[in-house]
Design a binder for this molecule. Structure first.
Ligand code: SF4
Length: 455
């Protein structure tokens, strides 16, 4: 199904759409307030962008530097060229340690590699410990947002889910009660886990250490209690020096949730005494994206989710309508690079208003890249006949002013006098859920000429 077809399903529940829209806009406004309080915010964005550009231009060197330093610290480093290799490496570490119970903090990379179903098929229990991720895991769904994975669920829905899976009492969606019950349930899982898997927010080349940011402390709890810690990271997570962290940490939390700093920004530099620490560095299509001149800066992304919170399409279509691990504007740039035909509708799921570009902390020109994908897609992917025909006709009309004037006049006549079933036919996507505005007499050209004539 295309993005618009999936969005139509989400749009059936109008109350939920309005609530989803408002909830995300609230986060966007918090981000604005937090960003405006930082002097030199724009300078920080610029710095982050040039640091990331430098990393991408020297990625091979930084990755080797990172590996050398991590190994010196006693960390075992593994390389995976794709999702399959990543999953096999994680599984082999688990097998070596006879591990059957895993706790995992938020990691979009492991979602991208479909690690959970892979490990579950091998008889391993994987418990997502981020509350939002645990909610979607219990619901057998995927995250609909990279920072707020269960933003599409109401508290009443979570209440029902917990009653069914955790045996809680009906609480009418009481957030405090539900959070406490989740905490009790997860505490048990933490205490009994053999291995903890975490993501990586930043991997520092000069130290070989990693930084993991969470608001719940679940990555720390897992990594500190289990004997083995496996951290999974994409190759683009590298930053050159520790001193660069201050720039990215300031930008990340403010852009993501409007907080001045993430509650836990935990540094992991080496395994604790008697324990093991592994880092799996994954490519999975990233070098290919790096080779695409027009799209390489999409790898600057620090996964803050700000482009989703501000996007009018994302807010009103929901994350699942993108049918991709990373939804929203940045996902619509990354996904076509992986499977152009499957994700060909995503770059069109945008008004190209540029709001995503304005909020992006690492200054990715998101809306321009979406526009670029559109140009490539119409050449390379078969388009619906109706769309091709309409665009061909419009191209001819727009190139000829006289024809355009005749077309405009006929359209105004049609919209005023034609029967409703013709005006609101299947071809009129705009009119599916809206009334068209009243058609005025004359067009802009006439209005403008009259205005000038009358002084
Ligand atoms: S593209 Fe920019 S705004 Fe969107 S998630 Fe990535 S860093 Fe955040």
């Amino acid at each position: 199904m295309s993005h618009s077809e999936k969005a139509a399903i989400f749009n059936k529940n109008e109350a939920k759409v309005n609530w989803h829209d408002k909830a995300l806009w609230f986060v966007r406004e918090k981000r604005d307030t937090a960003a405006h309080k930082v002097k030199g915010w724009e300078y920080l964005r610029e710095l982050a962008s040039v640091i990331k550009a430098n990393v991408l231009s020297n990625l091979d060197n930084y990755l080797i530097e990172f590996e050398t330093n991590a190994v010196k610290n006693g960390i075992k480093v593994h390389w995976a060229s794709n999702a399959e290799e990543h999953n096999k490496i994680v599984h082999s570490i688990l097998s070596e340690n006879n591990a059957t119970k895993i706790v995992k903090s938020k990691s979009m990379l492991t979602e991208e590699c479909h690690l959970n179903p892979y490990l579950e098929s091998k008889g391993i229990e994987v418990i997502d410990t981020d509350l939002g991720e645990r909610i979607v895991q219990l619901a057998k769904e995927t995250p609909s947002h990279i920072v707020l994975p269960a933003i599409h669920k109401t508290k009443e829905e979570v209440d029902e889910l917990f009653q069914k899976h955790l045996g809680t009492k009906p609480s009418n969606g009481n957030p405090e009660y539900l959070t406490n019950e989740a905490r009790k349930h997860l505490r048990n899982k933490f205490l009994n886990a053999d291995v903890a898997i975490t993501g990586v927010n930043f991997a520092i080349a000069e130290t070989g250490g990693i930084v993991v940011c969470t608001n719940e402390g679940n990555a720390d709890m897992g990594a500190h209690l289990a004997k083995v810690h496996i951290a999974c990271m994409g190759i683009e997570k590298i930053i050159p020096k520790e001193e660069h962290l201050g720039i990215f940490l300031r930008l990340l939390a403010r852009s993501a949730t409007g907080q001045p700093i993430t509650t836990y920004s935990s540094h992991f530099n080496k395994p604790t005494l008697g324990n093991e620490m592994h880092i799996v560095i994954v490519d999975n299509g990233r070098t290919e994206q790096l080779s695409r001149e027009d799209f390489r800066s999409s790898l600057h992304c620090i996964r803050c989710g700000a482009c989703m919170n501000t996007c009018p399409i994302y807010r009103r279509s929901g994350g699942h309508s993108y049918d991709a691990t990373i939804p929203g504007p940045i996902g619509s740039i990354l996904s076509p690079g992986k499977d152009l035909t499957k994700h060909s509708s995503l770059p069109f799921a945008s008004t190209l208003c540029g709001s995503c570009t304005n909020v992006c902390p690492v200054k990715i020109n998101i809306h321009e890249q979406l526009y670029k994908w559109r140009q490539l897609i119409v050449k390379d992917v078969k388009q619906p006949l109706i769309k091709k025909t309409v665009l061909k006709i419009m191209g001819k009309v727009l190139a000829r002013p006289k024809l355009y004037a005749i077309f405009g006049k006929s359209a105004r006549w049609m919209l005023t006098y034609a029967p409703r079933f013709i005006v609101y036919s299947k071809l009129n996507a705009w009119g599916k859920s809206r009334e068209l505005p009243k058609i005025e007499n004359g067009n802009f050209d006439q209005w403008y000429k009259n205005r000038n004539k009358n002084g």
